[in-house]
Design a protein around this ligand. Structure first.
Ligand SMILES: Cc1ncc(COP(=O)(O)O)c(C=O)c1O
Length: 422
């Protein structure tokens, strides 16, 4: 009896071995699914280059990661305490699939304070990332398409690639403060368009959508019966006394999912806590909500003890936000001033989040420019093509979470290298 291959290749009959040897190595290599082929996550991809540069002894200046905890920002104590208390009380089992009731109530209360109604379903997830993924999985089929902003956060394109659904990029208009280009969006909608994503404030540009833009998007969504995905994870990180409008507060007729979470404004990205709030005409959304509930049940639950941080976060003292924004605004000012002073770079001032997306007008591709900044100067920035940009334009993303000293040094080095390409 021939031994199974699992029990050790050298125990097979000689005839069996001959077959194994003639089967070339390449045919035995495990082929990953084709759907993973084009998945890029530029923000993490540059880390490999940066690690190599760091091993070479360069002083590294990390302007690539949107993780506030790495740069001296910390969550409010009461939020950490609530989580530890839940752990000590052994609330360490699975949570209800949609989330614990007190967290859902707190999220709904905040949504209502923001003017969102009627609320059809709220679900707590492992970061806003999981909410976005569940909402897409439950909505789109192959052959359909989803409109996503370019530039925009690459999670959407990664999930759509995984679902083998067409990601149809629409442009944000740099000449108009990176507002979504409504004509461009309208021109790309067809009978197979199921959702439009708006990221407000936007990552990577820091732009904040105007009421006019949001109303135009809502009008398109209603007219074509398309779901609006409104990613508002940076809604509390605003500069210049900007007001944030929840997209869903502007219409009770449009079908909208508002995504948010604790990662950014409450400085706990490692908690992996986010949520989605579905609003609009309940009878027209019922089947979709049920499909999302099925997906929630299939993955059991989001992190349990960390959900006890949601109510204290949303309803407790918000003092940390004031301090955070004061520091971020200084760093934003420095970023815009220093970048705009460089010949060959121009930067639209961000009004929210902690990102800027300057334009590079030099004789070099953004890819090459960023690679050189990382390899030779230790300045870790992410090329614009990782977020999407208009054909023929070059950008890079700067995270201005590092303190002014680090930012200052990084901009000195960026200025030096840019001068070489002029
Ligand atoms: C626009 C946007 N949406 C969603 C996320 C993911 O957030 P979470 O940590 O809640 O998964 C990020 C993270 O950087 C983001 O920039």
């Amino acid at each position: 009896m021939a031994l199974s291959r699992d029990s050790g290749g050298n125990q097979g009959s000689s005839e069996q071995e001959a077959t194994d040897v003639s089967t070339t190595t390449s045919s035995r290599v495990i082929r990953p699914a084709e759907r993973t082929r084009d998945i890029r996550y530029a923000v993490r991809d540059v880390v490999l280059l940066a690690e190599e540069a760091a091993r070479g002894g360069l002083e590294m200046l990390s302007l690539n990661i949107g993780d506030p905890n790495l740069f001296g920002f910390a969550p409010p104590e009461h939020l950490v305490e609530a989580t530890c208390e839940a752990m000590r009380a052994n609330l360490n089992g699975y949570a209800p699939s949609s989330g614990i009731p007190e967290a859902i109530e707190a999220v709904n209360a905040e949504a209502r304070r923001n003017g969102i109604r009627p609320i059809c379903h709220t679900f707590i997830t492992s970061g806003a990332s999981e909410a976005i993924e569940l909402a897409l999985v439950a909505l789109v089929n192959r052959g359909e398409n989803v409109l996503t902003p370019s530039p925009g956060y690459p999670l959407y394109t990664a999930v759509l690639a995984k679902l083998e659904v067409e990601n149809r990029a629409y442009y944000l208009d740099e000449e108009n403060g990176w507002q979504p280009d409504i004509d461009d969006i309208a021109g790309r909608i067809d009978a197979n368009t199921r959702a439009i994503v708006v990221i407000n404030p936007n990552n990577p540009t820091g732009s904040v959508a105007s009421r006019e833009t949001l109303e135009a998007l809502i009008e398109l969504a209603i007219r074509h019966n398309i779901v609006l995905f409104s990613d508002e994870i940076y809604d509390k990180l605003l500069f210049d006394d900007r007001e944030h409008l929840a997209t869903a507060s502007l219409s009770q007729r449009a079908k909208i999912i508002t995504f948010n979470g604790l990662s950014k404004a409450y400085v706990v990205p490692g908690f992996r806590i986010g949520w989605g709030v579905i609003s609009g005409p309940p009878d027209e959304l019922e089947s979709y909500c049920e499909a999302i509930r099925k997906m929630e049940r299939a993955r059991l639950s989001a992190n349990h003890p960390e959900q006890y941080a949601i109510r204290p976060a949303l309803e407790g003292d918000q003092a940390h936000l004031g301090q955070m924004m004061k520091r971020l605004e200084r760093q934003r000012d420095l970023t815009v001033e220093r970048l705009n002073a460089i010949d060959g770079i121009s930067c639209v001032p961000p009004h929210g989040a902690f990102y800027a997306f300057p334009r590079l007008e030099c004789n070099v591709s953004d890819q090459e420019f960023c690679a050189r900044m990382i390899r030779e100067h230790g300045v870790v920035i992410v090329p614009g093509n990782g977020f999407g940009q208009r054909e023929g334009t070059q950008h890079f993303r700067v995270v201005f979470l590092p303190d002014e000293e680090v930012l200052g040094k990084a901009f000195d080095r960026i200025a030096e290298v840019t001068a070489e390409y002029r």
